[in-house]
Design a protein around this ligand. Structure first.
Ligand code: ADP
Length: 703
C-alpha cells in the first residue's frame, strides 16, 4: 500500500509529530467485522468446489451485498460528479455479476464453450463504465501536471505495455488456432486491461494524495487486473489450467473491496489535490521505477534468447547489467540526499522558534515543527498556501489584515531583513496569540526567491511585562498619597511655622524636603511613563504658538535658573503667527521644561541657556541650547532611554530621575514630531523638538 505514498522516513516522522487531523472523520466501527466476513467469504469461494450450491450461495450473496452497498453509496453521495463516478463503477460491477449465469470461455473445459462466447462481449462492454469512471477521475485530479509525475508514469506505462505486448497481445495475434473474431476478442482483453492499468498508474503517480477510499479502490482494481491477466494468460498458453473458482474469488474480492471503498468517509474526495510538485525521489519510488526501467531491456534479452547470435545476446545482457548498476548508483545518491534532507529537517524541527520558508508571493515552501505546533496545523495545511492568509490575516484588534498591507510582503519584495513586533497569528482553531517575527531574504545566487520567516510566541513575555507594569503602577500610586503628606509636613517644619530651627536642623530639613520632592518627581515620572505605555495619557491637541509654549516653559524655570546662576534667553527667528503647532500645550510645556531643567543642571554658573523657535520648511524646531558639559557622541541615543544617564549618579547628584527624556520623546513622538540632540563634549548640547506646522499656519505661510 506504500506504492503511491511517496514520503520518506522524515515524512513518517512528521506525520507522527503533527497534530491530529480533525478534518478526518473517525474510522467506522464496521470495518473490522466487514474485513472478517469478506475474508471468510473468499476462503469459502476458494475452498468449496466451483459451482457447488454452497459456492453459488457465497458468490451470489457476497456479490449482491456488495452491489447494494455500492449503489447505496453512489446514490447518497452529496456531489453529482462523485455520484456519477461511483454509479459507473457500480454498473461495471453489476455487469460482472450478471455475466455469472452465462458462464464464459473455459479453456480447461475441453472447448465446451465457444470462444468468443456471448459473455465475452458483455465482459468487454463492462470496460466502458470503467473507462468513463477513470476518465472522470483523471479529469478531476489532473494527474501528470508536474513533470516528474509525467515522466514516472510514462516509464511505468511503457514497461507495462512492453510486458503486455510481448506476453499477452502478440501471442494471441500469432495464435494459429484462433480465427478472426477470436483473435480480436482475445487481443481486446489485454489491450483494454493495459489501458486500465495505465490510467491507474497515472492516477496513483500524479493524482494527488490518495485517501483511504482511493487506496482501497486501487486494491480492487489490482484484484480485477490480476484475474484478467491470469485469464489472458490461459488464452495464450495451451493447456494452462486455472479453475474459475480462483478467478471468481478474485473478482468477488475486487467487488467487496470496491464496496468497502464506497462506504468510507473519504469516498467523496478520494484524493487531496497535491499542493506542489513533489520532486522527492524516495527509495520505494526509485525501486518501482527501476523495475520499469529494467523491464524493457530484460524483455529484449528474453526475446533474443533463442534466436539471436551470441554477441547480440551478450550486448543485450550487458545493457541490462549496466542499467541495474546505474540504478543502484542512483539509489545510493538518493539515500544520501534523503539523509541530508532529514538532517536539515531535524535541525529546523529542533528549533524553538517557528520557522517558515516563503516564496516571493508568500506561499509556504516549508514549515518547521515549532511553526506547525504553534499554529496547530499539519504540514499539508500550510504547504503551498499563502502563510498570511492562514495565520496572519488579522490585526491585533481583530480587524482584517489584507496581504497587500503586510510588512512581510514589503520585506520580501525589497529583499531586506526586518523585525516585525506586535503582531498576532491565528491558529487553525481560530484562536490567536501575540508574536514577534523576523524575516530574512531567501537568496539564491544573489537573487531574492522568497524569505525565511521566524516567529516567537510572546504571550508569556507580554504577561510578565504587564505584571511588572501593574506592579510599578500600584506601588507608585500607593506611594503618592503618603509622600504628599510627608512633603507637606517637612515643608511646614522647614518654614519655621512650628518653631525656629537651629542651623544644623535647618540643613537637615532642607535635604529632607529636596529628597522628598525628588521622590515625588520620580513617582510622577513613573506614572506618566506607565500611562504613556498603556495609552492612557490622552493628548488634547490644539493650535498653539510655539513661541508662547517656549515662553511658558522659560517662565516656569526662571526660579531654578536664577538659583543656578544661569541666564535664560528666548530667541525667535520667525514671525510668531507662522509658528503655530498642533500639540497638547500642557504636555509640550512639560517636555520643554524638562529640557530646560537639564540644560540648567548641566550648565556652569554664569552661563546662559537659549531657547530658539525656528521654521524649517513645514516644521517648527524648538531648540534648547546650553554651553554645559556636553554629552559623549556614543551616548547621544541612550540619554533618551529609561534611566539612561551619561554618568552613573547624574540623577542623584543633579536631582533628576533619569526618566525625563524618555517621557519627552514619547510625548513628542505621539504628537507627530521627533526629538534629537547634538552635542560637543565640554562645549554644550542642543536638544531640538521638531513638530509639524499646524495646517492653518502652513496654508498661511504658503499663501
Ligand atoms: P534626568 O532626570 O536625570 O535629567 P533625563 O532623562 O532628563 O533624566 O536625562 C538623562 C540623562 O541625560 C541625564 O542624567 C544626563 O546624564 C544626560 N543629559 C540630559 N540633558 C543633558 C544636557 N543638557 N547636558 C548634559 N547631559 C544631559
Amino acid at each position: 500500500m506504500k506504492f503511491w505514498s511517496f514520503g520518506g522516513n522524515a515524512d513518517r516522522a512528521r506525520r507522527r509529530t503533527d497534530p491530529p487531523d480533525e478534518t478526518q472523520p473517525p474510522r467506522s466501527r464496521w470495518w473490522l467485522p466487514g474485513v472478517g466476513v469478506g475474508f471468510i467469504t473468499l476462503v469459502g469461494l476458494i475452498a468449496f468446489p466451483y459451482g457447488s450450491p454452497l459456492w453459488e450461495f457465497l458468490f451470489l450473496s457476497s456479490s449482491l451485498v456488495s452491489l447494494v452497498l455500492l449503489f447505496g453509496a453512489a446514490l447518497t453521495m452529496p456531489s453529482s460528479v462523485r455520484s456519477i463516478w461511483w454509479l459507473l463503477l457500480a454498473f461495471q460491477a453489476m455487469t460482472f455479476v450478471a455475466i455469472g449465469p452465462f458462464g464464459y470461455h473455459d479453456p480447461t473445459a475441453g472447448g465446451e464453450t465457444a470462444f468468443p462466447a456471448p459473455a465475452d462481449f458483455l465482459f468487454l462492454a463492462a470496460y466502458i463504465p470503467v473507462f468513463a469512471a477513470l476518465g472522470l477521475l483523471i479529469h478531476r485530479l489532473n494527474p501528470g501536471r508536474d513533470r516528474e509525475a509525467w515522466i514516472d508514469s510514462s516509464i511505468l506505462t511503457v514497461a507495462a505495455a512492453s510486458i503486455f505486448g510481448l506476453f499477452l497481445i502478440v501471442p494471441v495475434l500469432d495464435s494459429p488456432g484462433l480465427d478472426g473474431w477470436a483473435i480480436a476478442v482475445g487481443a481486446a482483453y489485454p489491450i483494454l486491461d493495459l489501458a486500465v492499468l495505465s490510467g491507474l498508474i497515472w492516477l496513483l503517480v500524479g493524482g494527488g494524495r490518495p485517501q483511504p477510499a482511493m487506496s482501497l479502490l486501487a486494491v480492487s482494481f489490482g484484484f480485477t487486473l490480476t484475474a484478467d491477466v491470469i485469464r489472458d494468460v490461459t488464452l495464450v498458453i495451451p493447456g494452462a489450467a486455472v479453475t474459475h473458482g480462483w478467478l471468481d474469488a478474485l473478482h468477488v474480492a475486487a467487488l467487496m473491496v470496491m464496496a468497502a471503498a464506497a462506504t468510507l468517509p473519504s469516498a467523496g474526495s478520494l484524493a487531496r489535490p497535491r499542493q506542489r510538485p513533489d520532486s522527492r525521489v524516495t527509495t520505494t519510488r526509485l525501486a518501482i521505477l527501476a523495475i520499469g526501467v529494467i523491464a524493457v531491456p530484460s524483455l529484449v534479452v528474453v526475446r533474443l534468447w533463442d534466436s539471436a547470435s551470441q554477441p547480440t545476446l551478450l550486448l543485450a545482457l550487458a545493457a541490462v547489467a549496466v542499467i541495474i548498476l546505474a540504478v543502484m548508483r542512483i539509489q545510493i545518491l538518493v539515500t544520501a540526499i534523503d539523509r541530508q534532507r532529514q538532517v536539515t529537517e531535524l535541525v529546523l524541527d529542533s528549533a524553538g522558534d517557528g520557522i517558515v520558508g516563503l516564496d516571493r508571493d508568500g506561499f509556504v515552501l516549508f514549515a518547521n515543527l515549532s511553526a506547525r505546533r504553534m499554529l496547530r496545523c499539519r504540514e499539508s495545511d500550510l504547504l503551498g498556501r499563502r502563510f498570511h492568509d492562514i495565520a496572519h490575516h488579522e490585526h491585533p484588534d481583530g480587524t482584517p489584515f489584507p496581504w497587500h498591507d503586510c510588512p512581510v510582503r514589503e520585506l520580501i519584495s525589497s529583499g531586506s531583513a526586518g523585525l516585525i513586533p506586535d503582531q498576532v497569528y491565528v491558529r487553525r482553531d481560530g484562536t490567536t496569540f501575540p508574536v514577534e517575527m523576523i524575516t530574512s531574504p531567501l537568496l539564491v545566487d544573489a537573487t531574492v526567491t522568497g524569505a525565511v520567516l521566524s516567529f516567537r510566541d510572546v504571550s508569556e513575555r507580554q504577561a510578565v511585562d504587564q505584571l511588572k507594569t501593574q506592579f510599578v503602577s500600584v506601588v507608585s500610586h500607593e506611594l503618592r498619597t503618603p509622600l504628599t503628606s510627608i512633603k507637606g509636613s517637612l515643608q511646614m517644619l522647614n518654614s519655621g511655622i512650628l518653631g525656629p530651627l537651629n542651623d544644623d536642623q535647618q540643613e537637615l530639613m532642607e535635604m529632607a524636603v529636596n529628597n522628598s520632592e525628588r521622590l515625588g518627581q520620580l513617582v510622577n515620572d513613573i506614572l506618566d511613563l506607565e500611562r504613556l505605555d498603556a495609552g492612557r495619557m490622552p493628548l488634547a491637541p490644539a493650535d498653539v504658538s510655539a513661541a508662547t509654549l517656549a515662553q511658558q516653559a522659560v517662565s516656569s524655570m526662571t526660579g531654578a535658573a536664577t538659583a543656578a546662576e544661569v541666564t535664560l534667553v528666548v530667541s525667535s527667528t520667525h514671525d510668531d503667527a507662522d509658528l503655530a503647532v498642533h500639540v497638547d500645550p500642557h504636555r509640550l510645556v512639560q517636555v520643554l521644561t524638562n529640557l530646560l531643567g537639564n540644560a540648567i543642571k548641566f550648565s556652569n554658573n554664569g552661563s546662559s541657556v537659549t531657547v530658539t523657535t525656528t521654521r524649517v520648511e513645514g516644521a517648527v524646531h524648538i531648540s534648547v541650547t546650553d554651553s554645559g558639559r556636553g554629552i559623549p557622541a556614543d551616548q547621544l541615543d541612550s540619554v533618551f532611554d529609561r534611566f539612561g544617564q551619561v554618568e552613573s549618579g547624574d540623577s542623584r547628584r543633579e536631582g533628576g530621575t533619569g526618566l525625563g527624556l524618555a517621557i519627552a520623546r514619547e510625548i513628542v513622538t505621539r504628537s507627530g514630531g521627533r526629538i534629537n540632540v547634538e552635542s560637543t563634549l565640554g562645549e554644550g548640547s542642543t536638544f531640538t523638538v521638531v513638530l509639524p506646522l499646524a495646517i492653518q499656519a502652513t496654508a498661511d505661510g504658503e499663501a
